[in-house]
Write a protein that binds this ligand. Structure first.
Ligand code: NAP
Length: 254
């Protein structure tokens, strides 16, 4: 039997890590990346030890910082070569930094990782799948794309970019290679280190639940999926209210 092979960009923590276990249980061979090499090795050990969670899975790891875009693209190519062939690439890497005062350092970091790093990985995956003739790319945007915040002007803007970027890339690929699928995952609050500091988290779900829902969206080759669906209804409705009555509804945003 031919194993399916998946790369997860940003697998050391949160959603990416939970998805690594989910895909391993579903029989995928994995290529996992992140900046924290120690965590990657830990994860590799946990995944390949028979009897522990997944058990007996083939796992390759590669330390990479997506903000170092050209280097990250080269490392992506090396990882694909090590794995032989890849069917699925999931881009989870992201940062959710905020600040009460304007900050170039923070906004730049968010854009470097969530926008430039994201596009570097998306194009690396798309170029590879165009050569291969088929494949599936999953990007993680957010329901934050429909909103905006005073505490973080860059994060929701970066996610709006990600959402629209995937729509355009899907159209482009449809003309070139219709057997490449793009799925935009739009999570609400997921219980990961990224949102630890946030107090009010409506519709919060665990990273494991998010991984299950993402896996479902992957198997159905969905264009987009709200994780969970309730957050999509809430965020779209609130986004609509903000567009129509910003003066009134902005008072509920931080
Ligand atoms: N949690 C939520 O409520 C929520 C909601 C909506 C969308 N999202 C999105 O979901 C994705 C995953 O977030 P999460 O909640 O799982 O957060 P997380 O637990 O903080 O995980 C973030 C992952 O991204 C990796 N990463 C960060 N900067 C990187 C860089 N420069 N280069 C390579 N990898 C990098 C981290 O690995 P290293 O630190 O080892 O590099 C880590 O594996 C993000 O895109 C986030 O915006 C999350």
């Amino acid at each position: 039997m031919k194993f399916k092979k998946a790369i997860i960009i940003g697998a050391t923590s949160g959603i990416g890590k939970a998805l690594a276990f989910k895909l391993a249980r579903e029989g995928y061979a994995l290529g996992l990346t992140g900046r924290r090499g120690g965590l990657l090795q830990e994860l590799q050990r946990a995944l390949i030890q028979p009897g522990v969670d997944a058990g007996g899975v083939v796992v390759s790891i590669k330390e990479m910082d997506v903000a170092k875009t050209e280097e990250a693209q080269q490392l992506f190519k090396e990882l694909v070569a090590e794995m032989g062939e890849v069917d699925l690439v999931v881009i989870c890497a992201g940062v959710g930094l905020s600040s009460t005062r304007p900050s170039w350092q923070i906004d730049r970091k968010v854009i470097e990782v969530n926008v430039l790093g994201f596009v570097a990985m998306m194009t690396a995956a798309a170029e590879y799948f165009c050569k291969k003739g088929n494949g599936h790319i999953v990007g993680i945007s957010s329901v934050a794309a429909f909103l905006y915040h005073g505490s973080s002007s860059a994060y929701p803007a970066s996610k709006a970019f990600v959402m629209n970027y995937m729509k355009g890339l899907r159209l482009k690929l449809k003309r070139i290679q219709p057997k490449i699928y793009i799925t935009d995952i739009r999570p609400g609050y997921v219980d990961t280190p990224m949102v630890e500091h946030i107090k009010f988290k409506p519709f919060l779900i665990t990273a494991e639940k998010a991984a299950d829902l993402i896996y479902k969206a992957i198997t159905k080759k969905k264009r987009s999926a709200y994780v969970p669906w309730r957050t999509g209804v809430a965020a779209n409705f609130y986004g609509f209210l903000l567009r129509v009555w910003p003066d009134f509804f902005e008072r509920f945003l931080k």
